[in-house]
Design a protein around this ligand. Structure first.
Ligand code: SAH
Length: 394
């Protein structure tokens, strides 16, 4: 196990471990968590080759740069902030979480304590009365910028000026405050209407040497420290050449493709979510990257079109959601036969299923590297390098 020395002492067990349900592995020491994840990847993917020792986190605590808390009033009228009990709409009070950025937690607790002095309370979606539904905090770990999003049930914000002044005085690190209005029944945290109350309405952060603009709704990796480890591994495996044409499939906001663009000829990203595609294009522009384009669509359809046109990329990165890739994508990939495929997976089960198809279709697995992106949870990320199977000359 690549377990780092100087690992900080384990924290005491979390008091809401059971009710929250977010940390499925908290009952195990960090070393044991890593051993467990290693075993999961070995069980599912070990038949394709040797599984390298999982890369754990040096300090597996307080790594989340995005924190959100739900607000509610309990039956005795007490104001609560925390997380929804797993599978319910009941708020479990949480003041500090071992995964979350500590400044973000402190801001949320401050807001809860401050609300009554401004005659504000939590919003109740049933009666449609009250004020605050959620607080979302995002922090750029490299830039130090902090965004606070106050999600309210209606656009009315009584004592807005005084509240803001007190919040900014208590936390001078805050660089922007946004009010997001969500009067809808439930479900999503953020509504559509947004008012910037202070600062630019977004933060920027640096990841792998690139600048990313992070707005309240935009996707950004929640553990930037391990994301850099993951992407560095993926880039090493890709072994890009200056003239390479690269495909970044399931590209999200374009992070992998934009990192790759520095070392290759041209990158095409494909992604289903139009908002993420817009973010990816903006990220390319902001970083002065001209050799990348982003296409909105289904990765499988896109691959089929490429195969029909006979346009073979040299290297393919694929980072599908938990459900894995599609048959259409994998079959077209095999037909196109790029030199290398780097598969980044957040689900070892679907990874194994897809590796069967790819190894059947002419690929050999060369590396299997698990990375612990989410300590204390059951999630495990794996990077797999594949190359075209060398045919023996007969
Ligand atoms: N590579 C990105 C995001 C990976 S998450 C990163 O590293 O940040 C998986 C992404 O696949 C999501 O953005 C999701 O919207 C997208 N996606 C899901 N199904 C898809 C499909 N059929 N075709 C293309 N993209 C898809």
């Amino acid at each position: 196990m690549k377990q780092q020395e100087n690992q900080p002492a384990a924290l005491p067990p979390c008091p809401v471990y059971k009710k929250c349900g977010g940390c499925q592995l908290q009952n195990l020491s960090y070393d044991r968590q890593l051993a467990h994840k290693q075993a999961v990847v070995r069980r599912t993917c070990g038949r394709f080759g040797k599984v390298r020792p999982i890369i754990g986190m040096q300090n597996p605590y307080y790594y989340r740069n995005k924190v959100q808390a739900a607000f509610a009033v309990d039956r005795r009228g007490k104001l609560l902030s925390g997380v929804y009990q797993s599978g319910t709409r009941r708020v479990v009070p949480v003041d500090s979480c071992q995964l979350e950025d500590r400044l973000a937690d402190a801001i949320i607790v401050w807001v809860r304590h401050a609300l009554p002095s401004f005659h504000l309370t939590a919003y109740d979606p049933h009666t449609r009365r009250g004020f605050l539904r959620h607080v979302l905090v995002k922090r750029g770990f490299q830039s130090g910028q902090v965004m606070v999003v106050l999600v309210t049930g209606s656009p009315v914000f009584p004592s807005k000026g005084a509240f803001l002044q007190a919040l900014l005085a208590a936390f001078p690190a805050i660089t922007t405050v946004v009010q997001n209005v969500n009067g809808g029944p439930t479900g999503l945290v953020l509504g559509r209407q947004e008012k910037v109350l202070f600062g630019p309405g977004y933060i920027t952060d640096t990841l792998c040497g690139l600048q990313f603009r992070i707005s309240p709704a935009s996707f950004y990796q929640v553990n930037p420290v391990q994301t850099e480890v993951l992407y560095a591994t993926a880039m090493r495996y890709a072994d890009l050449k200056p003239a390479d044409r690269v495909l970044d499939a399931y590209c999200g906001v374009g992070t992998i493709g934009l990192v790759a663009a520095r070392d290759c000829g041209f990158v095409t990203g494909v992604e289903l979510n139009p908002a993420a595609v817009a973010n990816a294009r903006a990220n390319a522009t902001a970083n002065g990257i001209r050799n990348a384009r982003f296409v909105c669509g289904d990765a499988g359809d896109f691959m089929r079109d490429l195969a029909a046109a006979g346009e073979t990329p040299d290297v393919v990165f694929m980072d599908p959601p938990r459900a894995g890739s599609s048959k259409a994508f994998l079959q077209s990939l095999c037909a196109l036969a790029p030199r290398r495929v780097v598969y980044i997976s957040c689900n070892p089960e679907t990874l194994a299923r897809d590796l069967f198809i790819l190894t059947d279709g002419g690929y050999t697995v060369h590396q299997i590297q698990p990375v612990d992106m989410f300590p204390h949870t059951e999630h495990v990320e794996t990077v797999v390098l594949m190359a075209k199977t060398e045919r023996k000359k007969s």
